[in-house]
Write a protein that binds this ligand. Structure first.
Ligand code: PMV
Length: 321
């Protein structure tokens, strides 16, 4: 009753920022993402009647009480599905340092879901695995299917699922992450987005999203980096404007974030097809095609305030190993 899973983090091209249902983690809008090859979580789950309680071990640091509670609640959901009362030992490790500023909740809950279901012998279709992972952390559902993924908002538990738009081999993109701050964020995304309704810009954002999703899908289909990049930046700036106008406001960027945004604009004027997107933190994801990887990495390294650079290719979804 033991299984090990590796799952990627993902970068949202169209972002999940707002829940219509807190308990079921149903989002206010659909979202689209790409799985990341160099930011993964590997998790082993073992169920046994010799365990009196769940034991959660992070290889690189200690699990906080909050993290442990959230993981045990997710194990409870999976036990309920499998009609099991066995306790588990969970050992989990990220390929990226937790202090890198890359969120680990997507890869973490995707890996936990697939490993725990596998260890309990639950044979679930990919769609069901995505709805189950979503209950642990919304964006985790997008780390289960292969490559480029859409999470359909849906209005019920079963309808709110993720599926593969294109496999990871479809388009050789790069996500070069410029880490500018290695501190853990003060407000977790799941709480941060609770204030979204207070932003006067939120309804405008929701109205714009279906059009943006259509443009992202067209860009993926045509492998058109200029079209993709334009939507990425529009969407990123829109999400952050909403964050900044929530009550209380959330300011995720720092001075280096702003310097990178300015530099990307300059590099593009010089003919380099590179575009930025930013999740709920100060680190910048630079999206370009494989042929431009080296130039982009060299340019990023010339900026001051960059602590680390992580180079990602499109990746497979969560899978048992
Ligand atoms: O799934 P959560 O609760 O970690 O929220 C993710 C929120 C963003 O990263 C900002 C956007 C997204 O769609 O990944």
């Amino acid at each position: 009753m033991k299984a090990t899973t590796i799952a990627p983090a993902n970068i949202a091209f169209i972002k999940y920022w707002g829940k219509r249902d807190e308990r079921l983690r149903l989002p206010t809008n659909s979202s689209v993402s790409m799985n990341l090859s160099a930011a993964t979580t590997t998790t082993t789950v073992e169920f046994s009647d010799s365990y009196q309680e769940d034991d959660i071990q992070f290889v690189d640091d200690e699990a906080t009480q909050r993290e442990t509670t959230r993981i045990v609640a997710h194990l409870d959901r999976i036990r309920k599905r499998a009609k099991s009362s066995l306790r588990a030992r969970v050992v989990t490790q990220n390929s990226f340092p937790k202090s890198s500023g890359i969120a680990s909740s997507a890869s973490g809950f995707a890996a936990l879901t697939v490993a725990a279901a596998g260890a309990l012998g639950l044979t679930l279709a990919e769609k069901e695995l995505t709805t189950l992972a979503r209950l642990g952390s919304g964006s985790a559902c997008r780390s289960i299917p292969d490559g480029f993924v859409e999470w359909l908002a849906g209005k019920t538990n079963d309808a709110s699922h993720a599926y593969c738009l294109y496999p990871h081999t479809h388009w050789d993109l790069r996500d070069i992450v410029a880490i500018v701050d290695t501190e853990k964020k003060k407000v977790a995304s799941t709480e941060g987005m609770d204030g979204v309704i207070t932003s006067p810009l939120f309804q405008t954002r929701l109205a714009a999203i279906p059009g943006r999703i259509a443009r992202v899908k067209a860009a993926l289909q045509k492998k058109d980096i200029a079209l993709l990049g334009a939507v990425l930046e529009e969407e990123c700036l829109d999400m952050h404007r909403v964050c900044q106008t929530q009550i209380p406001p959330l300011y995720y960027w720092n001075d280096v974030t702003r310097d990178i945004i300015r530099a990307v604009g300059e590099w593009r004027k010089g003919g380099l097809a590179v575009y930025f997107t930013i999740d709920a933190g100060p680190n910048v994801h630079l999206i370009c095609e494989a042929k431009d990887e080296q130039v982009v990495v060299e340019k990023v390294k010339t900026l001051s305030g960059i602590e680390q650079v992580i180079i990602n290719k499109p990746a497979q979804g969560a899978h048992l190993i």
